[in-house]
Design a protein around this ligand. Structure first.
Ligand code: FAD
Length: 417
């Protein structure tokens, strides 16, 4: 008999819908609550491979992610006049992952994952949890707009700024490691030039600006810049002001991109941080994805890890027939070391994305150029890209919407994965 069947999941980003899908497969009744009134669009693009890709495949999403995604050919670093000064062909990523590597919008991945649970699980949009009170056999949840309800378990999948984490574990600053950078992204239409499937990067000490051509005549711009410990502005107008001040003296296409920035109604802006917690659960409440263990954009794998944590948490709950203490303990035992290694790798990479000195920029560019030496890119990138964790096998009942045969029901052969 499975215990603790009803699970409230806060957040319909990446970890949230993945968790709902696998909980449903394990015989639970997930309910999702998302603060936004609808699924979010825009944002930024992510590289997607490894365990996240494997899980997406088991959910029957491979074709869709390749349909909406991009296959980047080249990473090109340019100087102030737009001349190529460094870079490399990205075929090494495809070789190392055997073609299981794609770049797609974070919101597109979120939408594809949500498509697997909308209609089969209850979803509340435009609301959020404002109070959580653990009782002997349940958690009493207070919603901002929707009154109160009881659930057996609650999971925070509400991202870096998790409200569930704050309510249950305390304020974010206790768990946050700021990496000294901020990130901003926005999209524009009709921007020229367009370099299809090329990630173009312009760098100055402590500042990086990237341009990536999207379909439908859209272009994505990504800023990563050093901030030290300064507090960051929290309104779009002041965020734009800070970006303008930081990039005003930049060459290349900086001034035109700042003009586009002035016109955009939607700006993604955040600190580059990691979340490191001594434990990912307390009582009947657990955390997944960025809420539990954000690795930051510098790891280039946060979405995959969010899906992996969701998959493992659901799997351990199914394995323990809903005994949450046992499942939560195992969930951490499987993942903690793996996540710590990813977090350490991201900190090492920080200096490479936006080096803070001219010498650092020059050195980074030399390393990139050396990637043309046969085998070197494979050696350097391989260590970071190949996952050392093997996805555990779990017994699932019926996973609706998965590719036939992709989700094993009990018993499972270890050779399948
Ligand atoms: C610029 C940038 C580039 C990145 N590049 C990559 C990459 O190349 N590859 C990669 O794998 N990862 C990348 N990442 C990281 C990746 O986007 C995150 O790790 C991933 O989105 C985490 O998923 P999540 O579901 O935990 O959180 P999120 O995706 O942040 O989703 C959280 C959800 O919770 C909702 N929410 C928030 N607060 C509440 C609340 N109080 N109540 C209810 N709902 C709430 C939000 O609206 C959102 O829908 C990048 C991140 C950034 C910023």
């Amino acid at each position: 008999m499975t215990r603790n069947k009803t699970v409230l999941i806060s957040g319909l980003g990446i970890a949230g819908p993945a968790l709902a899908f696998w909980l449903k497969a394990g015989g639970f009744e997930p309910v999702l609550i998302e603060r936004s009134p609808r699924l979010r669009t825009g944002g930024y693009v992510i590289d997607f491979w490894g365990l996240g890709y494997d899980i997406a495949e088991r959910m029957g999403l491979t074709e869709d992610i390749h349909r909406v995604g991009y296959h980047v050919r080249e990473l090109r670093v340019v100087d102030g006049h737009g001349r190529r000064v460094a870079g490399f062909g990205t075929s090494v990523f495809r070789e190392l992952t055997k073609g299981r590597f794609v770049t797609l919008g974070r919101s597109q991945l979120s939408q594809l994952l949500a498509g697997k649970v909308l209609g089969t699980s209850e979803v509340m949009f435009g609301d959020e949890i404002v109070g959580l009170e653990e009782r002997k056999d349940s958690v009493c949840v207070q919603f901002k707009h929707g009154g109160a309800r009881q659930f057996d378990l609650v999971v925070g999948a509400d991202g870096l700024h998790s409200q569930v984490r704050t309510l249950v574990f305390g304020p974010r600053h206790q768990f946050e490691t700021r990496l000294g950078y901020a990130v901003a992204a926005f999209e524009a239409t009709n921007y020229r030039p367009r370099d299809e499937d090329v990630y173009v990067l312009y760098g100055q000490p402590g500042r990086m600006l990237g341009r990536f051509t999207l379909r439908d005549n859209r272009t994505l711009f990504l800023f990563v810049f050093a901030t030290g410990n300064a507090a960051l502005p929290d309104t779009p107008d002041r965020q734009k002001e800070l970006l303008r001040a930081s990039y005003a003296d930049g060459e290349w296409e900086c001034s035109r991109i700042l003009d586009e920035l002035g016109r955009t109604p939607e700006l993604y802006f955040d600190e580059v941080s990691q979340i490191r917690m001594p434990g990912w659960s307390r009582g009947r409440v657990a955390l997944v994805g960025d809420a539990a263990c954000c690795v930051s954009l510098l790891a280039g794998q946060g979405s995959a890890l969010a899906m992996t944590s969701a998959y493992v948490l659901a799997g351990e709950l199914a394995k323990a027939a809903g005994r949450h203490e046992e499942a939560f303990r195992q969930y951490e035992a499987v993942l903690r070391r793996y996540i710590e290694i990813k977090q350490a790798g991201a900190v090492r990479f920080a200096g490479a994305l936006a080096p803070k000195t001219r010498w650092g920029l020059w050195f980074r560019n030399q390393v990139m150029n050396a990637f043309t030496i046969p085998g070197l890119a494979r050696f350097v990138v391989g260590r970071e890209i190949i996952d050392t964790l093997r996805l555990p096998d779990y017994c699932w009942g019926q996973a609706q919407g998965a590719t036939a045969g992709a989700v094993p029901a009990c018993p499972v052969s270890r050779d399948r994965f």
